[in-house]
Design a protein. Structure first.
Length: 210
């Protein structure tokens, strides 16, 4: 079903979503978007392209037939439709899952994330998954490293909230300092994919030099 174009409303929804997450992070919410960002999103040509693409890619036509128990059309029926979900993935990283204090801030963060998004990125950086040789931090319990929760933490959380998970990154070689005491790159990638391949649907092909 199509409605009238509302580019301003579309931008307001995105802005509200971003503001809601930033508000949970205290001082971070005080920052302002760079001037280049504000200029881009106030460009009439950009707004026009967004509107055209919404009409082309985000909308479709539908016909609804309202019938009674006898299968016959119901005259003068009123229909109310409310979108519950969508097919495209919308989200961001969840690198601080389970790490915010106090617990109330963590609760609000998780609730806001679940309300706004259906997609979350899980950190698989070498510095977090193997900070020292042989210390594979894939599962709980694991020592706490800021913005590097063990990937296992995300699996049950995603299942509970219906998220699609993306692992990030997969084949990224360690830094020279990390390489001196790390499991081989090949073994690391194999262990990651076999342990989480069914729970994480998406992986980037590469990030950084390999």
């Amino acid at each position: 079903m199509r409605g009238g174009p509302h580019p301003a409303r579309q931008l307001a929804v995105v802005a509200s979503a971003v503001a809601a997450v930033l508000a949970l992070l205290g001082a971070a919410a005080q920052g302002q978007a760079p001037e280049s960002y504000r200029t881009l999103w106030s460009d009439p040509a950009v707004a026009d392209r967004i509107e055209r693409n919404i009409e082309m890619y985000r909308k479709g036509d539908a016909t609804i037939a309202v019938v009674g128990r006898d299968g016959k059309p119901v005259a003068g029926a009123s229909v109310e439709a409310q979108q519950q979900t969508h097919e495209f993935l919308f989200g961001c990283n969840a690198f601080v899952l389970g790490q915010l204090k106090p617990e109330e801030l963590e609760r609000r963060y998780e609730e806001a994330f679940a309300k706004l998004f259906n997609f979350a990125t899980v950190p698989f950086h070498w510095s977090g998954t193997e900070p020292t040789k042989g210390e594979l931090r894939h599962a709980e319990p694991a020592r706490d490293i800021w913005r590097r929760p063990p990937p296992d933490r995300f699996v049950a959380w995603a299942a509970k909230n219906g998220f699609t998970l993306k692992g990030h990154p997969l084949p990224r070689s360690p830094s020279p300092r990390q390489a001196r005491g790390a499991t081989s790159f090949r073994s690391k990638s194999f262990a990651t994919t076999t342990g989480f391949g069914s729970a994480l649907r998406e992986w980037p092909a590469s990030r950084g030099g390999i």
